[in-house]
Design a binder for this molecule. Structure first.
Ligand code: BEZ
Length: 220
């Protein structure tokens, strides 16, 4: 399949999330009006009533309170009908007691999947890959994950990067390898020679050299 066509253009980090209207398990949604003032984690799954997808959706559902605590709304999507979504949500609740209490887009015409590069035809021409879009309150895309059909995502990592983005914004710091809440953060490197001199003399921070320094968050 020709994947160079614009049809399969993919949004990028820093772009404003493309707007759309869609039918979901919570009713019709216009994305630009959804979750105003909040972060959004929008994720696709390949198909309802499939095993890996059921574990992932259940993972989002059971940890929904952690997303709530991070001022974040969840939104799922697959190329399935609304009837399929309703039956699956109901079935999982009956079988396991887990309830998918967030909107799931019924993207039967693939409109949203194509808009967000979730349909990657050399992986599948009919099912969305496992994408996760982290979208900030200004509707800007801040981080994107794409996983193939056969590998489930990691909920700890999804929550970790969401919190990392928020802490980074709030404190104007960067996050090192494997950062998690409570760990030291990276202070921005100096931008002038004066700042470099000051950094070299600053003994209050954990410093490898002027360009790599960490400190506790409350001091950042
Ligand atoms: C699954 O969720 O188990 C699955 C869905 C589509 C393709 C492969 C696996």
């Amino acid at each position: 399949m020709d994947t160079t066509h614009d049809f399969y253009a993919m949004p990028r980090i820093g772009d404003i999330a493309p707007d759309f209207e869609a039918v979901t398990t919570k009713g019709k949604i216009k994305f630009s009006d959804f979750a105003k003032g909040k972060w959004i984690v929008m994720f696709s799954h390949p198909a309802d009533f499939t095993p890996v997808c059921t574990t992932e959706m259940s993972g989002f559902a059971v940890r929904k309170e952690e997303f709530d605590a991070l001022n974040t709304e969840l939104m799922g999507l697959s190329i399935d009908s609304i009837h399929s979504h309703l039956a699956w949500v109901n079935n999982v609740r009956e079988k396991t007691g887990v309830y998918f209490d967030f909107p799931i887009i019924a993207d039967i015409d693939m409109k949203v999947s194509k808009l967000y590069g979730m349909l990657q035809p050399n992986e599948s021409e009919t099912a969305a890959v496992r994408a996760v879009f982290f979208i900030d309150p200004k509707k800007k895309i801040r981080l994107i994950m794409y996983y193939p059909l056969n590998v489930g995502r990691n909920m700890d990592e999804i929550l970790r990067v969401l919190e990392a983005l928020q802490v980074s914004d709030k404190h104007k710091v960067a996050m090192p390898l494997n950062w998690k809440a409570g760990d030291k953060v990276i202070v921005p490197p100096p931008k002038t020679l004066d700042e470099l001199e000051a950094r070299l003399k600053d003994d209050s921070i954990e410093k490898v050299d002027f360009y790599l320094a960490k400190r506790d968050l409350e001091l950042a």
